[in-house]
Ligand binder design. Structure first.
Ligand code: ATP
Ligand code: MG
Length: 629
């Protein structure tokens, strides 16, 4: 542990660390270099400056070597991964087994022609094989692009094309919410009906045989995997080479293809989780995320195995049974949970059994990521899990070390409900007005960054950074624009109030969606809520609408709508209408797509809906909107 890190124990010190770090970001990151093993240490930490900087260029390393080979010495018999599912079936994989399996997977990929710099795509559920192949891709120095299960066929085809992927790795099928998802059939449909660069499909059969095998294209992994032990040397790659392509969630528009590097990214993530989690040798880390959301690979490929920590892979939907979350924690003695905000809302919606229906006494921290965690949900977790720290980390696919967070590892800072925590990396966070002028604490405005992290992504297929600069660096020259709206308090706590595009302008006021939602979210009848506005005729400002999903046991009624409005009014928000809906429109990563509500309210085109999770439910909502307009 670096000296600076050791000394931090309070908010004040944390701020000192971040300001020290931001004065000399290269020196800060130089101290973190040895979190991973290098074949050749980088001579220089930072080359150039953002937006066109390169971190650790010339350093040679391999993520797969860091995740498996280096643990053989002292952790070979330690469990690297537990796998479980909605039925609590069980597998355990040691680091020795992981090493063996990653080499087998890499051997087969190499036979299929995969080499350094190639892009390999993957569509899989959260199973150990996804870890084997994810790490195997990196072992060969190739680039990994993971796609969601359940994207529409045309979107899937576009992504394969955009990524330029000649090899696609899929599981025959996956299971979620009690349903079988026939992944290989999806791949067949996409490849048979659209033009893509895919030449080979490698199918992990999972013991099933009820899928088509196209002779010249498909290869069944279990048929060709070497029986005995094989060794594939890890390819030394430049730390600043592209390692991963992620597509953003599509919450605010068409998803953007973002790259992260092979090495700088791994350093940034390993520092991040050391600071956030302070994991010990016997801790167990469960990340609740689908494979297609960056959160899954961040934890299960680039951090937990690199740290030599035991992780839990969960296939399915944790809301499938009221006590499932608690039972998984109990079964594996989970100490650290990293979860999407939507999952936390699901647990709250299920009632206290979700966190007390099993022995959850091992649980030290639940870390939220994805959206601002509303105060009502935070309170609910505090009441139901009084001994668990509910932490937060605010980041984005483009900036994958936290912009602000509550770092439980280096200082257990007091949580302030509604805040995502404070900046603690060299990245500087500022709030600016429409003209880009910095605003003092307490004032609401746009969140912009002077970003100094090796986890600052670039855009895929954009060699001269043109699109990247236009997209992120042109709205406020000199700053990276997050697209988010919020404020900072006197102590440096950052409050993300929502997306700048979603800001609601009522009479003389600009309100972030989270402000209203946090209030309404504490009403006892409310499971979930999304706020959106609609301009009133004659330029008379906007009407504020609240879309509400009720908790089990509550029925929609005019009386309840009035009650919710009165509740909001008490906190100073005039809600013009409460619309009860079955489901909120969400992305595949579970984020509320308020822009779709707004578009429907304003009778505008919906724009990109490629990541909309449940189009049928949104159609219902749209019909309701037609009625209330
Ligand atoms: P797109 O960029 O395609 O519109 P997206 O912004 O949702 O989608 P992601 O990169 O997955 O794509 O999400 C980053 C965004 O998520 C941030 O800009 C912020 O709005 C929100 N976010 C993430 N974590 C938090 C958090 N802990 N608190 C508040 N907001 C968060
Ligand atoms: Mg975004």
């Amino acid at each position: 542990m670096s000296k600076v890190t050791e000394e931090i124990y309070s908010v004040r010190k944390l701020q000192a660390l971040s300001s020290l770090a931001s004065k000399d970001p290269a020196a800060f990151w130089a101290q973190q270099v040895d979190l991973i093993d290098w074949f050749q240490r980088p001579a220089k930490v930072l080359e150039g400056s953002p937006p066109t900087e390169r971190w650790f260029a010339g350093g040679l390393m391999n993520v797969s070597y860091n995740a498996v080979d280096r643990h053989l010495r002292d952790k070979a018999d330690k469990v690297a991964f537990y796998w479980t599912n909605e039925s609590l079936d069980y597998r355990a994989i040691t680091f020795r087994e992981l090493y063996y399996q990653v080499n087998r997977a890499a051997y087969v990929l190499r036979q299929l022609g995969v080499k350094r710099g190639d892009v390999v795509s993957m569509i899989m559920p959260s199973i150990p094989e996804a870890v084997y192949f994810g790490l195997a891709v990196h072992r060969l120095g190739a680039i990994l692009a993971i796609h969601y299960v359940g994207l529409s066929d045309d979107v899937m085809a576009f992504r394969l094309q955009d990524a330029g992927s000649k090899v696609l790795v899929v599981a025959s099928k996956g299971f979620r919410a009690g349903q079988e998802i026939r992944i290989k059939d999806i791949a067949d449909r996409v490849l048979n009906n659209f033009k893509t660069p895919v030449e080979k499909v490698l199918v992990v059969s999972r013991g099933f045989s009820d899928f088509n095998v196209n002779g010249s294209r498909d290869v069944v992994y279990e048929d060709i995997a070497p029986r005995g032990k094989v060794y594939v040397p890890p390819e030394p790659v430049d730390a600043s080479d592209v390692g991963t392509i992620y597509y953003t969630s599509g919450t605010t528009g068409r998803p953007k293809g973002i790259t992260q590097t092979q090495g700088g990214y791994a350093v940034a993530l390993n520092w991040t989780f050391k600071a956030l989690f302070n994991l010990g040798p016997s801790d167990v880390w469960w990340t609740i995320s689908e494979l297609g959301w960056p959160v899954w690979p961040m934890a299960n490929l680039y951090t937990a195995p690199v740290m030599g920590v035991t992780a839990v892979l969960f296939e399915g939907f944790v809301g499938q049974r009221p006590d499932l979350f608690a039972k998984v924690v109990e079964r594996f003695g989970v100490t650290h949970v990293w979860s999407s905000t939507t999952t936390l809302y699901t647990l709250k919606g299920l009632g206290s059994e979700s966190v007390t229906g099993g022995d959850t006494s091992t649980l030290r921290i639940i870390l939220n990521t994805g959206e601002p965690l509303n105060v009502g949900a935070w309170q609910w977790f505090r009441e139901n899990l009084p001994n668990t720290y509910i932490g937060d980390a605010y980041w984005m696919t483009e900036h994958l070390s936290p912009i602000a967070a509550t770092p439980y590892g280096i200082a257990e800072i007091p949580f302030r409900p509604g805040s995502a925590g404070i900046a603690f990396s060299p990245t500087r966070v500022l709030i600016v007005d429409d003209e880009g002028k910095q605003l003092p604490p307490g004032n609401k405005g746009y969140i912009v960054l002077s970003p100094y992290t090796p986890a600052l992504g670039k855009m895929w297929n954009d060699p001269n950074y043109e699109r990247y600069i236009k997209t992120y660096w042109s709205r406020f020259p000199g700053y990276f624009y997050t697209g988010d709206y919020g404020y900072m308090d006197e102590d440096g706590y950052l409050y993300v109030l929502g997306r700048a595009d979603d800001v609601i302008a009522t009479t003389g006021q600009r309100i972030g969606t989270m402000e209203v939602e946090s209030t309404i979210g504490t009403h006892p009848a409310v499971a979930e809520v999304a706020a959106a506005s609609m301009p009133l005729p004659g330029g008379k400002g906007s009407a504020l609408l609240a879309f509400v999903v009720l908790r089990p046991g509550y029925q929609p009624s005019d009386q309840l709508a009035e009650d919710i409005k009165a509740y909001a009014r008490n906190a100073g928000y005039i809600v013009d209408r409460v619309v009860f809906v079955r489901k909120l429109p969400k992305t595949k990563s579970g984020k509320i797509m308020r822009r779709l509500l707004r578009a429907a309210l304003n009778q505008e085109p919906l724009g990109d809906t490629s990541t909309l999770d449940d189009p049928a439910a949104f159609e219902d909502t749209r019909r309701m909107i037609e009625q209330v307009r």
